[in-house]
Design a protein around this ligand. Sequence first.
Ligand code: SF4
Length: 365
Amino acid sequence: MNTQTALPAHPYFAQALLEWYPRHRRDLPWRHTRDPYAIWLSEVILQQTRVKQGLPYYLDFVTTYPTVHDLAAAPEEEVLRHWQGLGYYSRARNMHHTAQQVVREYGGQFPNNYAELLKLRGVGQYTAAAIASFAFGEKVAVLDGNVFRVLSRVFGITADIAAPASRKEFQLLANQLIPAEAPDEFNQAVMEFGAIQCTPVNPDCLFCPLQRECYAFQHGMVNQLPVKTKAKASRTRYFHYLVLRHGDTVYMRRRGPKDIWHGLYDFALTETETPELSALEVLDTLEALGGQVATNRAEEPVQALRHVLSHQKVEARFHSIWLEAPLPASVITTSGLAPYTASQTEELPKPIMIANYINNRLNKN
Ligand code: SF4
C-alpha cells in the first residue's frame, strides 16, 4: 500500500493521538520545560539509552551544568566522566563542543528555529526538530524510531526504515499529519505512542485507538512492519590489557583518536586476532612499551570482560602485573602511561568495562 491511499486517515490520526496522549504520557522532567538547553540535553541523552536508564544522567547533567554556559566551561574530561556508562562517547564530546558553539556564536542562546538549529554540531534532523517543536512550538515533524514504526504500521509503508532514502517518504507523510495547532504536543504524542502502545514487540493493539484505521492490524502485518534490514554483523576484537601496578599506583593512559573510546582512560593495551595472549607475548608487549620493565611478582589470574558496542564486540582480558620499580621516564614518555592512585582512577573518565574492572578487582585488592 502506498501513502496516497492512506491519506484520508490523516485527521483521525492526529485527533486520536492528541486524545490518547494526556491520558497515557509518562511524567518526565524534560516535559515540564521550554528551555531549549534542557530539551537538547534530554534528546542527546535519550538517543543513547532508554528513558529509565537516561533519567539519572539527565538529572545529573542539569544539576551539575544548569546552563549551557556551565557545560561549555567544564573540562572535557569532567563531561566525559559524567557521561560514563552511556557509550558513544563521541556524542558527549560533540555535546560539549555544541555547548561551546552556542556560547561563542549565539551568546549562550540556542537558535530558535529548525534551520538554524541544524547548523549546530552534532544536531541532526531529529534533534533540531525536537528542540524547534518542544521549545519554540515550530510546526516541524520529528522522526525517530518510534515514529517510523507507528507510521509504517498505521499507513502500511513497506519502505526499509534503515535505508536513508526512505526517510523522505516518512518525512513527507509526517509533515502532512502534523496539525498547525499544538505541533509540539502532536510530536510528543506520536513518539510516546510508539514507546508505550505501538511497541516493537507485543504492541497493545487490542486497546488501540487507531486499530480500525491501522493497515498493519487490519492486514495481519503487525509483526512484519516496519521493514528494517539487519545491521552488518559485528566483529569481535580481542583486547589484552596489561594492568601495570607499583605500590599504590596503577598505570593508565588516555586513548587517542581514530578508535573507540577516544579521550577515555584505559591501561597499556595490545590487540590480537585471537582470544589468547601467551606469557611470551605479554613479555614482548612489555618490551614494546619502550624500555626495560622489570616485574617482581607472578601475574594474577587473567580477568575476562566483554563489552558489546553497535558494530563491534570487545573481549578484554586483564593481565595484572606488578612492577619491581616505577616505570622509567622514557617509558612514560613513549607510552603515554602515567601512575594514578585508587582515588585518582575514580575521577578519570573511563569506558564502563574499565570502570567495572577497577571497581570490582583493582580497588578491592
Ligand atoms: S493497532 Fe497495533 S500496530 Fe496498529 S497502531 Fe495500534 S498498536 Fe500499533
